[in-house]
Design a protein around this ligand. Structure first.
Ligand code: PYC
Length: 335
């Protein structure tokens, strides 16, 4: 069943419109977390982005309604770690929903934890039942299976490694080697480093990975077509029995992913496949810095690697955001 897609409220100019009587703009959201990483799904009161491919609607969102993005996820209503998900009418009527993901600084092509959060939210709203659902995103259509248990498997877009063992000089840290891979976002994946991946090290890990991101930018090391590598992923062995690896993922906007990162795990699976270290159907258990785990596996079709990521999200709040145009911080605090 399709979700009720609300909206019709135009964006940033409305944020600045003077109040008439007691008419504030309200935005209905449902919050969830997937392995600790929050998702805020906008179910009503979002900007009117028109029709057409999600990639085109994303361009309109970015060009005309960026204040809305910031108002929903940034402080004082949100925080740096929050990922927003604007529910959209899909182009293909056989899809259950369309979605555009965004965060504190911009927009995400795809988001694994966010898709799990979206599916859990649609189930909570009783808009979907267990089974397989297609979801349109700006980087292509993905499918998600809602299991009877409440777990969700996301069948992601084709993922691949574009370069292995790339060296980058990182000021104050020396030469760092990593793989460049696509998993729905661009990642630099680093296996060799001296850091312990623990929560008490978050500040050090954030400084290190931010420095890597900056060094990639200044050295013009990019993904395909010059696309910025905006996610940095560190790996280490896990201490948990049955878990293959632990990660720390720096997201654009410098918050770290509390979940094992769905697109990051997809990029990792593509690298493992390129190195001959994973076979179709084999399960890879990826643990996050907070200890939450995703199960990953791959299918190979026409030489392309299609990762699947299984995890679980829990709804944590239903709320109505109030945008008061008299509020000087109505559009959020931008870093
Ligand atoms: O799960 O793909 C993901 C993701 C991207 C950014 C934060 N989470």
């Amino acid at each position: 069943m399709r979700p009720a897609l609300g909206g019709g409220v135009s964006a940033c100019e409305d944020l600045a419109k003077p109040i008439i009587g007691d008419r504030y703009r309200t935005v209905r959201v449902i919050d969830s977390h997937t392995g600790g990483e929050p998702t805020r799904v906008v179910i009503n009161g979002g900007p009117e982005l028109g029709t057409g491919p999600l990639s085109e609607r994303l361009k309109r969102f970015r060009a005309q309604y960026d204040d809305f993005r910031s108002a929903v996820v940034n402080e004082p209503r949100g925080s740096d770690v929050l990922v927003g998900a604007l529910l959209c009418e899909p182009v293909d009527p056989s899809c259950s929903a369309g979605v555009i993901f965004f965060n504190n600084v911009g927009y995400l092509g795809m988001c694994g934890h966010g898709t799990i959060g979206l599916v859990a939210t649609l189930a909570y709203m009783m808009q979907i039942a267990p089974g397989e659902h297609k979801i349109e995103t700006p980087v292509g259509t993905v499918s998600a299976i809602l299991h009877e248990s409440g777990e969700v498997t996301v069948n992601n877009v084709a993922s691949y490694r574009t370069a292995a063992n790339v060296a980058v000089q990182v000021p104050n840290y020396g030469t760092v080697f990593g793989d460049i891979a696509w998993g729905g976002n661009w990642f630099f994946l680093v296996r060799e480093h001296t850091f312990e991946l623990t929560l008490k090290n978050v500040e050090r890990l954030t400084s290190f990975t931010s420095a890597i991101k900056e060094a990639l930018r200044t050295n013009r090391i990019t993904g395909d077509e010059g696309r910025e590598i905006d996610h940095i992923e560190l790996f280490a062995p896990s201490c948990t029995m049955g878990v293959d690896s632990r990660n720390f993922v720096l997201c654009p906007g410098n918050a770290y992913d509390r979940s094992p990162c769905g697109t990051g795990t997809s990029a990792k699976l593509a690298c493992l496949h390129a190195d001959g270290k994973i076979k179709e159907g084999q399960i890879w258990r990826q643990e996050s810095i907070v200890g939450s785990v995703f199960e990953g596996s791959i299918k190979v079709r026409d030489g392309k690697v299609y990762p699947s990521i299984k995890g679980r999200a829990f709804v944590s709040a239903e709320a109505e955001l109030v945008l008061d145009p008299r509020d000087p911080l109505c559009a959020g605090i931008r870093g």
